[in-house]
Design a protein around this ligand. Sequence first.
Ligand SMILES: [Zn+2]
Length: 316
Amino acid sequence: MIMSGSLSLPAFRYGGKNEGPRLLITAGVHGDEYLPMLAVHHLVQHFAGNPDEADSIRGSLTLIPVVNESAFIEGNRCGSDGKDLARTCPGNPDGTTTERAAAALSAEIEKADYYVDLHTGGTELSVLPMSGYVLHSDEAILEKQRNLARAFQLPFCWGTSGELEGRSLSVARDAGVPAIYVEYLGSHREVAEATAGIDGGHPLVHGCLNVMRHLGLLSEKECTSVAPESVEDSRPDSGHMQVCHPAPATGFFNSCVALGQQVEEGDLIAQITPPGSANPLEVRANRSGKVLVLRDYPRINQNDATAVIAEPYPNT
Ligand SMILES: [Zn+2]
């Protein structure tokens, strides 16, 4: 369905009375990634209960718990128009529902000074908790992104190609806004945590608050208790999680490695057994490194990603 007129995203805004940076934090670019939405909601509830703290923020904070509402209503990665918002940016204010949400998000990113976009692996993938950023051609922006990624205090940081298009981070890159994305589990692992409910101690909530401390929005001292492992990969398709180690056929999936495991090139990482076949097909690691993303669902389509392995490149 094509609609016209700009769409406004449900946003919560704080601060603005004191000098400081404008920080944007979003969740729900994909409609089936619930932990980040709950984390942002937790922050909304936190500031509702602590209005003095919200008022005293230096600079400003904008929280958007669900960017693509139609994808959330569908319970899917994509909106009701079948589009993935993270392939649709900068969008079109007169386009389909996802294109309009992408345009509204792009406008929010362009007026921010820093941006954090929260994700998970969705229904079928699990991702090692990590902060990611693009290898920006501007060294000053790149260094700010590295620092933001560390400040989020998840165990892994991953810098990848700046050449991928259509993402929220592509909009930030083009606008010169330092930005990170965050990934945190997915599949049944995410559902178990999300169903139990999250509190202020959850790493996604803690990470957002720590980025606020890092940028000076909150007066508390930044927490630096986690020293994340960091890998940068400058190859042009690095960071495109949906294309790595594709399944040779549609069938039953079982993984032969664990999330976070160190593997060597040639190691068996997954088996795919087409229904009606007695013999599993093999997927072997095409590089050495840490298993950053792993399929976590018993069925797979041909060419879907089975795993992403993080490997430094160039190797130094
Ligand atoms: Zn996502």
